[in-house]
Design a protein around this ligand. Structure first.
Ligand code: ADP
Length: 556
């Protein structure tokens, strides 16, 4: 350890070195001190050193120099000081000393920082305000993006036509964000081209009328976005003159292209352009992508709707054609039926004439033949009447009057007694004697067709020795007519189908009884046209059938 009193030369050299260290250490702490303060501290310390120099007290110089040099303390500064002290045989800084110094240094720095803050409060407040308003602006922009997305969703619900949907979308986004150009490209069917579907402004109109399109796999911004399924942000550097993308307008300085993705499939892209290079930030992408996702779904819905509409139109067209055919068919059947009426009347008339003997005597053999002619022409005539009634039913609506169902059934039963007797079938009726007339609102001829068809069928499908029973009653504002027989019955799975037009249960036993399968269809259509219903029940083949027709009771 060297003597603590330094000679002049040593004192000057040590002071010079420590001052150098101090400058360097202060330079390290420039973050806390302004250049002017740095200079002031350095000068002041130099003065103090000169005082110490006078006393030649090496220890005092060491302490004060070391302390000052730790002002900007760092590993390098400590090393430098220790090296200098070593060179003069002075004691190196101990850990404790360093900690003591550092405490003072911390205090010193705190004061400096506080002073800095006090001096710069206005500046700091301004900075805080700047950050706050930047954040607020970002928030406002994001809110605007979300609001626009919501408005887009509303537009999508009310606009199902694709062209109008896309046009209102580009207009809305362009106006809301003050953009100079917004365009929507959609991929064509084989994904080869991205076609321009909607674009804002005059330039947009020109491009749309020129059917502007871009190759989907090209290196331009739209192509890149479609291929990568990612947004593309392009900004023109100030020295660049030509637009870097064919989708750009002449004055565009910044473009943001976003993919339109629905059900995991890219269907197109939206390009937003501005004449300001800093128009888009990477934060804008989030809000714009939400809008584009909404839009992609709306496009999908609109396409589905268009598809459904096309199908509906095809169906409507097919239905019209079918209706036309149906009318033609009805017309044809009506004509034929009318044409058949006159010759049938003539045949029946002459057969009756001959049976009556007016055209000369007829023997038994001839009588039988004439009766066959009469029976069959009557059956044919009934069929023609059914056909005409059915056609007329769908064509006209006539005024109705209240009729006694009891009278109508009674007449019919009386009329069929001869047929029943001829067939060897017992026909009986229970027409609700104490129950009133069972009035219904109907046309008399319609009522007659309903009763006659049910009764005629019962007699037709009941072999000799069987029974047919008719019941009539009313309950809860409804009139019930039930015709039951002990005849051949109806298989359960046909009990609903026998009411279809031209349907007949297929068996030789039934075929031999003639008919066209129209009678029950007419009964159901007539009954339903009066707000009623009809049903068939049969335990099975050979076990008889029961038909029940229900009609609303006419108000008294
Ligand atoms: P059609 O009697 O002229 O064939 P319908 O429409 O009156 O036509 O009857 C349809 C079919 O329903 C008949 O062909 C017959 O098979 C069956 N059917 C109708 N009424 C009865 C009945 N009372 N008993 C058994 N089968 C019947």
């Amino acid at each position: 350890m060297a003597d603590h009193t330094l000679n002049d030369e040593q004192a000057i050299e040590l002071t010079a070195l420590l001052l150098k260290n101090l400058r360097e250490a202060l330079f390290d702490s420039r973050a806390y001190l302004r250049p002017a303060d740095l200079q002031r501290v350095a000068d002041a310390q130099a003065q103090i050193f000169l005082t110490y120099l006078d006393s030649r007290d090496a220890e005092a110089v060491r302490r004060h120099g070391a302390y000052l040099c730790t002002v900007g303390v760092g590993e390098q500064a400590v090393l430098r000081i220790n090296r200098t002290l070593q060179r003069f045989g002075l004691q190196r800084l101990t850990g404790e000393e360093l900690a003591g110094f550092l405490e003072q240094v911390d205090e010193y720095q705190r004061r400096v920082v506080e002073g800095y803050i006090a001096q710069n409060t206005t500046q700091i407040l301004e900075e805080q305000e700047r950050i706050r308003s930047a954040l607020q602006q970002n928030l406002q922009r994001y809110t605007l993006q979300l609001e626009t997305a919501a408005e887009l969703a509303r537009t999508a619900i009310s606009t199902l036509e694709l062209g109008s949907l896309l046009t209102s979308t580009v207009d809305l986004i362009g106006a809301r964000f003050g953009l100079d150009y917004v365009a929507i490209y959609l991929l064509d069917e084989d994904d080869r081209y991205a076609e321009l579907w909607a674009a804002t402004g005059a330039e947009g109109r020109i491009r749309l009328s020129a059917r502007h399109k871009l190759r989907a796999n090209s290196g331009n911004s739209v192509g890149k976005c479609l291929a990568s399924r990612q947004h593309i942000l392009q900004v023109l550097r100030s020295e660049e003159q030509c637009p870097p993308s064919p989708s750009w307008l002449e004055d565009t300085r910044a473009e943001m292209v976003l993919p339109l993705i629905t059900h995991g499939r890219v269907i197109g892209a939206l390009s937003a352009q501005s004449t300001r290079a800093g128009a888009f930030s990477s934060q804008d992408v989030i809000g714009f992508q939400i809008m584009c996702d909404q839009l992609a779904n709306a496009i999908e819905n609109s396409r589905l709707y268009a598809d459904a509409q096309r199908r509906a139109e095809d169906l409507a067209h097919a239905y019209d054609q079918l209706k036309e055919l149906e009318t033609l068919k009805d017309q044809f059947m009506q004509n034929i039926s009318h044409e058949l009426r006159t010759p049938l009347t003539m045949i029946r008339g002459y057969a009756e004439f001959m049976l009556g003997g007016q055209l000369g005597e007829v023997d038994d053999f001839q009588r039988d033949a004439l009766q066959v002619i009469l029976r069959n022409s009557e059956a044919l005539s009934d069929m023609v009447t059914d056909i005409l009634a059915m056609l007329e039913l769908s064509a006209t609506k006539v005024a109705l009057s209240a009729l006694s169902m009891q009278d109508a059934v009674q007449d019919s039963v009386t009329g069929f007694q001869i047929v029943a007797a001829t067939n060897g079938v017992a026909l009986s009726a229970d027409l609700a004697p104490g129950n009133g007339a069972c009035p219904v609102m109907a046309r008399p001829d319609h009522l007659r067709r309903i009763i006659d068809n049910l009764l005629g069928n019962a007699l037709k499908f009941t072999p000799a020795g069987g029974q047919v029973h008719v019941r009539l009653w009313e309950r809860e504002q409804r009139v019930y007519l039930e015709v039951s027989d002990t005849g051949i019955g109806i298989p359960v799975h046909f009990q609903e189908r026998i009411f279809e037009r031209f349907f007949q249960v297929d068996s030789s036993q039934r075929r031999s009884r003639g008919g066209a399968g129209l009678g029950l269809a007419l009964v159901r259509e007539l009954v339903q046209s009066y707000g009623g219903s009809v049903s068939a029940a049969s335990p099975g083949v050979g076990q008889g059938s029961t038909f029940t027709a229900i009609l609303p009771r006419a108000p008294l």
